[in-house]
Design a protein around this ligand. Structure first.
Ligand SMILES: NC(=O)c1ccc[n+]([C@@H]2O[C@H](COP(=O)([O-])OP(=O)(O)OC[C@H]3O[C@@H](n4cnc5c(N)ncnc54)[C@H](OP(=O)(O)O)[C@@H]3O)[C@@H](O)[C@H]2O)c1
Length: 249
């Protein structure tokens, strides 16, 4: 397979960095996007195997910056064949019985902006380049879409919405050779889950799966790499559970 141009959002660390590494190992050229963590993103790029990888900082809650990220990818990588919408946040917490109305609104506004509107805008811009040549779009959703997240309801809601958004586009773009899919990981031993896994709740979180562990960023990355492959075209519209049988639907 020829080297593809791959845009991975939120690739400064955690799951996004593992996804970037998987594509680079596969021989693809990766645009490593970050928001605030420039140094970590520079370290991620420096560790990628292969050549031609790039780095770009953008706050994806800003529609102009989202468009600029896609344009920089097209310019620096020579196109955009694969888009992985990985950037996401699970804070601020806003438990409905234990937060103020202001905290409630802040939670919804910030999380919807990063987890849903940001990916929608990046996707719009990327599709303008894929529309005549085909491509792959993979959204990083979550088990929370099905299982809920009591202290961060906006997180679960945006992940369900992101997965449904992808399914709409799978139908809209199927005849263009653009396959759109999602992964729905359970808890992963990386990124945003590390503080809680290292805390007192860690044991019970690992026990949610009959495998007695949580997932790894590499397991998510390998699944994303498959969904981006030519062989996965007919998987378009799928939401792939990666949760060690901790939640069956
Ligand atoms: N870890 C888990 O257990 C788990 C489970 C299921 C799904 N997920 C999903 O996997 C994805 C990656 O999560 P992770 O665990 O690897 O967490 P992470 O390390 O915190 O990564 C989140 C990424 O999102 C970026 N980001 C945050 N705010 C942004 C903004 N305003 N604009 C653009 N990018 C922004 C961050 O960039 P900077 O650091 O540069 O600011 C970072 O690269 C998320 O979508 C998450 O919901 C994670």
């Amino acid at each position: 397979m020829n080297s593809r141009a791959v845009l991975v959002t939120g690739a400064s660390g955690g799951i996004g960095a593992a996804i970037a590494h998987a594509f680079a190992t596969n021989g693809d050229r990766v645009m490593v996007h970050y928001a605030a963590s420039q140094e970590r993103a520079e370290a991620t790029v420096a560790e990628l195997p292969g050549a031609g990888h790039q780095l770009y900082g953008a706050d994806l809650t800003d529609a102009d910056q989202a468009r600029a990220l896609v344009e920089a990818t097209v310019e620096q990588l020579g196109g955009v064949d694969v888009l992985v919408n990985n950037a996401g946040i699970a804070v601020p917490l806003h438990p409905i019985l234990d937060c103020s109305y202001e905290q409630w609104q802040a939670g919804w506004q910030q999380i919807v902006a990063v987890n849903l509107i940001g990916p929608a805008n990046v996707t719009y811009c990327a599709v303008q380049h894929m529309r005549d040549q085909g491509g792959r779009i993979i959204n990083v959703g979550s088990r929370a879409a099905f299982r809920g997240m009591p202290t961060v309801p906006a997180y679960a809601a945006t992940k369900a919405a992101l997965q449904a958004f992808g399914q709409s586009l799978a139908v809209a773009l199927g005849d263009r050779g653009i396959a759109v899919t999602a992964v729905a990981p359970g808890i992963v031993d990386a990124g945003m889950a590390l503080p809680v896994l290292d805390g007192p709740a860690g044991e019970s979180l690992r026990a949610q799966s009959p495998l007695g562990r949580v997932g790894t960023a590499e397991e998510v990355a390998e699944a994303v790499l498959y969904l981006a492959s030519p062989q996965a075209e007919f998987a378009s519209g799928t939401v792939l559970d990666l949760n060690g049988a901790s939640y069956l639907r």
